[in-house]
Design a protein around this ligand. Structure first.
Ligand code: NAP
Length: 247
């Protein structure tokens, strides 16, 4: 069993939504948290203020993780502040939804660059630290869409499916160094990303979910905590938190 108390946890895209819930869950367990953001400084600073108000240690670090240099800078800033890193949670993600007929090359590249390559860049930057200390936990936020596909989301689905394959390969390579790598696959989750979905589509979505509702960011955050704290013998897995929409 790993302890959150005193652990250093980096969460990408943690200024709102699922990322901020993960940051709060980690901080509640006693971790020192790095709240990463790309553009939205205000919300990230608010998350940091909330964590500090409840006695936690946290800093906000601006870095666009779709850029390898900035992703490396995020890990450098973590080491400069806390001396080491125990957990990397790759969560930052975007959508540009279009059917294949309308999906441009740039729409494809932008989503894959952020949602898949960005996950590799941060892992690559954190890896020397994990290997040096012979321990580390990596959680990558994928999506049920990465397993099932979804109309109008070819770029997103390809990136999210790629994450699951990256997780399995990293898990195989890194197990010998006591580093576990797992994915979580949320279903529809009540965040700003989900609020972009038109109301009539939301009604159809809820009808497809066996548990009859969308999930919360906190439910995803608790699954992340489980993998970190109680998941010593879990690696290469992709845990569904989706109300049964995909089994
Ligand atoms: P969200 O509310 O839109 O938040 C996304 C966060 O990612 C923001 O804080 C954003 O910060 C950050 N971000 C975006 N691009 C970034 C970049 N290049 N570098 C650093 N940070 C970046 O999204 P969410 O719904 O919480 O989703 C979080 C993760 O869960 C994503 O990977 C998403 O694909 C996945 N997911 C979500 C759902 C859902 O229904 N909501 C379902 C399945 C999976 P800035 O504003 O600063 O850019």
């Amino acid at each position: 069993m790993a302890k959150l108390e005193g652990a250093v946890v980096v969460v990408t895209g943690a200024g709102r939504g699922i990322g901020s819930a993960i940051a709060e869950e980690m901080s509640a367990g006693g971790a020192s948290v790095v709240v990463n953001y790309a553009k939205s400084a205000g919300p990230a600073e608010e998350v940091v203020a909330r964590l500090r108000d409840t006695g936690g240690r946290a800093i906000a670090v601006q870095a666009d993780v779709s850029d390898a240099t900035q992703a490396a800078r995020l890990i450098e800033a973590t080491i400069a502040e806390y001396d080491h890193i125990d957990v990397l949670v790759n969560n930052a993600g975007i959508t540009i939804d279009r059917t294949l007929k309308n999906l441009g090359v740039e729409d494809w590249n932008t989503v894959v660059q952020t949602n898949l390559s960005g996950y590799f860049y941060t892992l690559k930057a954190a890896l020397p630290h994990f290997l040096g200390q012979k321990s580390g936990k990596v959680i990558m936020v994928s999506s049920f869409v990465g397993k099932m596909g979804n109309f109008g989301q070819a770029n997103y689905a390809a990136a999210k499916g790629g994450i699951i394959a990256l997780v399995k390969t990293a898990a195989i390579e890194l197990a010998r160094s006591n580093i576990t790598v797992n994915a979580v696959c949320p279903g529809f989750t009540e965040t700003e990303m989900y609020t972009q979905v038109p109301d009539h589509v939301k009604e159809q979505i809820v009808k497809r979910i066996p548990l009859g509702r969308v999930g919360t960011s906190q439910e995803v955050a608790r699954a992340v905590r489980y993998l970190i704290v109680d998941g010593d013998y879990i690696t290469g897995s992709s845990l569904d938190i989706n109300g049964g929409i995909y089994m």
